[in-house]
Design a protein around this ligand. Structure first.
Ligand code: GLN
Length: 276
């Protein structure tokens, strides 16, 4: 079988995903190192190892595993993050949080930034990369995700990020410097909704998804303690789930000077921001 034939077969096998050709291209590119532009021309015989690698990946995919875990990496903003079992896959909506932060940090020298529930580090490490004068603190509780956070910091060569393996509910924040901006994409799904999620999402760590009975546990903690760690006129910007923005605004009642809700490409309220 030639590489081209193997590609056609795997595209077909992956057609259940609705983007079989794209997924097959990703597998060939990332797992076999075959460039997109060469696939259609490649009449080279596929080696036994090539066939095994692709068949194994297709099998995992058919089993519902996310493509991103199989590739072991995923793009976010203008960087590529290592991902895999135990860490949330960066989502395109989250890039809006980075845009908001970079805009608000314009004109502020040596800013202090926090990324709470950092996971892969996609938010905080992207800010650190774009603002070498910033100090970005990234907090992640789960060992399995913290491992990816450390690897991503290292791989991206970022030196202005401080990684903390800790819990935002219990961390003593009195010793930490005040922030120009606190960012977070915390777990926000209601516990009772978790079992009904798509099979693919259930491959991701439940700790990164489950926001407690009403989905708002992490926002409650932010509104109770972390907001005190923001400089006057600094910001808190939080990603949230559909129709959660009003409840989150209620939680911050009396603690902000200005608020804003940013809607995503599907017109869902996705980010809530507070000027403190
Ligand atoms: N901050 C990470 C992300 O946005 C992880 C979030 C999480 O684990 N809930 O992808």
């Amino acid at each position: 079988m030639t590489l081209k034939q193997l590609y056609s077969k795997s595209s077909k096998d992956l057609s259940f995903t609705d983007c079989g050709e794209f997924e097959a291209l990703c597998l060939f590119n990332d797992l076999l190192g075959v460039k997109k532009e060469n696939i259609y021309l490649d009449n080279k015989e596929a080696s036994e190892s090539d066939i095994n690698i692709i068949n194994n990946a297709v099998h995992r995919r058919k089993n519902g595993e996310p493509l991103q875990y199989i590739l072991g990496k995923w793009d976010f903003y203008d960087l590529t993050f290592k991902v895999g079992e135990g860490v949330l896959i960066p989502r395109p909506e989250t890039e809006m949080l980075v845009d908001f932060a970079l805009e608000k940090l314009n004109g502020i020298n040596n800013p202090i930034v926090y990324d709470l529930c950092a996971g892969s580090g996609c938010i905080g490490l992207t800010i650190a990369k774009h603002r070498p004068d910033a100090t970005v603190f990234l907090l992640e509780k789960e060992e399995s995700a913290y491992k990816f956070l450390c690897e991503n910091k290292e791989k991206l060569g970022i030196e202005n990020a401080v990684l903390i393996n800790g819990d935002m509910f219990t961390l003593d924040i009195s010793m930490l410097p005040c922030a120009n901006i606190i960012l977070s994409n915390p777990p926000y799904i209601e516990t009772k909704e978790i079992s009904g999620l798509q099979k693919e999402v259930l491959f991701e760590p439940v700790t990164a998804l489950d926001g407690g009975a009403d989905g708002l546990d992490f926002y409650r903690c932010l509104a109770k303690t972390w907001y005190r760690n923001v400089k006057s006129d600094g910001f808190i910007a939080l990603e949230c789930g559909e129709e959660q923005s009003n409840s989150i605004i209620d939680l911050f009642y009396g603690k902000y000077k200005e608020k804003q809700v940013i809607f995503d490409f599907n017109n869902i309220d996705r980010i809530v921001t507070f000027r403190i």
